[in-house]
Structures are given as structure tokens and as C-alpha cells.
Ligand binder design. Structure first.
Ligand code: 6MZ
Length: 346
């Protein structure tokens, strides 16, 4: 199954740039700093609290406090996803400014976009798009500024900047405060991928679900057994809002008790659009191949099921229809070789 999952052309729709940084990139970045000796990722099989997960991002942010580092991380992350046979990748990242190094939010986004363009120029077999992330901790004004920044960069890079993400520590702030900001983003043609119900959140969820977002990140606690409500479930089903699901991340962060109780099962059985994603492949020491494998083992999925999951994920990408069509050709091209190698009919 491992070999099959590796060869499978894949779609990654939920990857935070700084959480995706690999050990080898960390080594390069640490070499540029003095006295930074931390553990930047969780070992396989470990568990943590969500707070401890967010502490890792804080440590990584100390390494990516300048445009060169932001460029390097983005560039390496794209190469690594490409090596993992990810053919379409949506990255998301929170624009950050660091006065001491002269990094402004504009320069931050510029560094990310330059890395994407440079990978494009190398003709890598991967299409990359960008969502700008709003960290809920930072409040509405920052959210507003992020949407303005996205609008600006969408004008200069209409083919790359596709949406807005809401993320950050789910226990902080009230997502409803951002609703006017999301409406403005939507009016401007930006898509919305919102972290929702990563932990039980009865207050804000309904209003955010009714926007509706174009995709939901995690949605761990939407269903009644996990602290949500039937009304949440019905609303998601009615809008057919796709869910970005990250098994290892939820397991390590302990937002699910174990994988058998992961929300993937609940939604997949309802034939609701589910997308397998990594979240933070660096921090959680995983890859998209491993996430597919884990889903296969945990939920008894066949190669055909995995093939469908990866191909269908293309439907929920925030890119133009003609690009989706072009990318689906990759699955067509890979099919005969995979059928032969694994002796099956896909
Ligand atoms: C919520 C998360 C997250 O933006 O600096 N982030 N937000 N839940 C999660 N589940 C574990 N994983 C990552 O990447 C790091 C940032 O992404 C968000 C957090 O805001 C984190 O600081 P960027 O590239």
C-alpha cells in the first residue's frame, strides 16, 4: 500500500507553510542562527496538547524571521510535496512582519510568491496556489489588512493568489468577528477555507457555516458525538462544503481520541466531499503519502477508494476549471502504469 500511495498523483489543499518545514530545511535555517537548539517537530506516535503544537509554530517563526528564510522554506516545501507526487498544492501562510530584519508583510508575501514562481520556472510537475491566512489571535483589523494584501497581490498575481484562510489557536477569539472581512474577501473573488470546529465551538460555528465557506479545515467537532450538533451537520451537507481532513495532526494534537473516532469516517460514510491533507507535515513528521496510507489502514480503503479520493480532491481546488481539466490528465496518464504495477483495475 505504501508504494501505491506514493505513486498516486495527489492533491494537497491544507498545508501551512511554516508548519510544513522539513527537518533538512530546519537544519539549513538553524545554521544561520546562533544558539537555537529546539525540537521543532513531534516524533511519530507522540501526543501533545494543541497549545504545545502552537508553541512549535512560534519556534519555527523565530527561524523564518526574514525574507530569505521565508523564501527558502516555501521553495523547499514545494520541492518536497512534488517529490511526494503531489501534483496540485495549495499553500497557506500568515503574512508576518519582523521589524528587526526589515521584513514587512508585503515582503513576506513577495518572498512566498517568488519561491512559487521560481519553482514554476524549473518546470516542476506541480501546480501551486496561495491562500493568505488570518491568525484569529490577531483580531479583526489584522484580518482586514490580510484581505487587502490578498486583493493587492491577486491583482499582480491573479493566477497564484486564490483565497483566504482562517486559522490559529481555535481556543482564542470569536470567529464571528471576522464575518464582514470574509464577506469582503468573497466579494473580491477570493475563496474561503476556514478552520472550523477544530475543538467544540458552539457559539461561532453556525454563523460561519452559513457564509458558507468554500471549504472547512478539520471540522473535527461538527457532529453531535464530537460535541457539535445535527444542525451543523445538516448545514454542511446542504451546502456540500468540502472538508480538509488531517489525520496525524488531529491525533498528535489530541483533538480526536483515536483514529477510529476520526471524523473522516463520519463524513466519508455519508459520501460527503473529504480531502486528505497533511496540515503541517514538518511539525507532525508526516507526508501526504503517509496520510493516504494511514487512511487506508484505519478505514479499510481499497486502492480504488484512494484513487477516487485523490482524483475527486481536484474538484474542490480553488483554481480555474481549465486547470483542473489539465491536471486530471495526470491521473489519466498515471493510470495504466499503476494498474500494471499493482495488478488492478482503477
Ligand atoms: C489552526 C494552524 C494549525 O501561517 O506561519 N496553523 N491553525 N490549527 C492548526 N492545527 C494544528 N496548524 C497551523 O504557518 C503556521 C501557522 O499556521 C496556523 C497557525 O496560525 C500557525 O501559526 P504559517 O505559514
Amino acid at each position: 500500500m505504501e508504494e501505491f500511495c506514493k505513486m498516486l498523483p495527489k492533491v494537497e489543499l491544507h498545508a501551512h507553510i511554516n508548519g510544513s518545514v522539513s527537518e533538512s530545511t530546519i537544519e539549513k535555517l538553524v545554521a544561520t542562527k546562533q544558539k537555537l537548539d529546539h525540537q521543532f517537530s513531534f516524533k511519530k506516535g507522540s501526543t501533545a496538547t494543541l497549545k504545545e503544537c502552537f508553541e512549535k509554530f512560534r519556534l519555527i517563526h523565530q527561524l523564518t524571521d526574514n525574507v530569505d528564510a521565508v523564501y527558502q522554506v516555501t521553495y523547499d516545501v514545494i520541492q518536497e510535496f512534488c517529490d511526494d507526487n503531489v501534483r496540485y498544492l495549495e499553500l497557506r501562510s500568515t503574512p508576518r512582519e519582523v521589524t528587526e530584519t526589515g521584513m514587512t508583510k508585503e515582503l513576506y508575501v513577495d518572498a512566498v510568491l517568488r519561491a512559487i514562481r521560481d519553482c514554476e520556472a524549473e518546470n516542476l510537475d506541480i501546480e501551486v496556489k496561495l491562500l493568505l491566512a488570518i491568525d484569529r489571535r490577531n483580531g479583526v483589523q489584522v484580518g482586514q489588512d490580510t484581505v487587502k494584501l490578498a486583493q493587492k497581490f491577486r491583482e499582480s498575481h491573479p493566477d497564484l493568489v486564490v483565497g483566504i484562510d482562517l486559522s490559529g489557536d481555535p481556543s482564542v477569539g470569536d470567529g464571528r468577528d471576522f464575518i464582514p472581512v470574509f464577506k469582503e474577501a468573497k466579494d473580491f473573488g477570493l475563496k474561503l477555507a476556514l478552520h472550523l470546529c477544530e475543538v467544540p465551538a458552539l457559539q461561532e460555528t453556525m454563523d460561519l457555516l452559513c457564509l458558507p465557506p468554500d471549504r472547512i479545515g478539520h471540522g473535527t467537532c461538527l457532529h453531535p458525538e464530537a460535541g457539535g450538533t445535527q444542525e451543523f451537520v445538516d448545514t454542511v451537507l446542504t451546502h456540500k462544503t468540502p472538508l480538509e481532513l488531517c489525520l496525524t495532526s488531529n491525533l498528535i494534537g489530541q483533538t480526536v481520541p483515536d483514529l477510529d473516532n476520526h471524523q473522516f469516517k463520519f463524513w466519508y460514510e455519508k459520501q460527503h466531499p473529504c480531502i486528505i491533507c497533511t496540515d503541517d507535515k514538518g511539525v507532525f513528521s508526516t507526508s501526504l503519502t503517509e496520510e493516504y496510507q494511514l487512511a487506508a489502514v484505519t478505514f479499510d480503503l481499497s486502492p480504488n477508494d484512494l484513487w477516487r479520493l485523490s482524483l475527486d480532491s481536484m474538484n474542490y481546488a480553488f483554481c480555474e476549471e481549465h486547470l483542473k481539466e489539465k491536471l486530471r490528465e495526470k491521473w489519466k496518464a498515471a493510470k495504466p502504469g499503476m494498474e500494471k504495477q499493482f495488478n488492478l483495475k482503477l
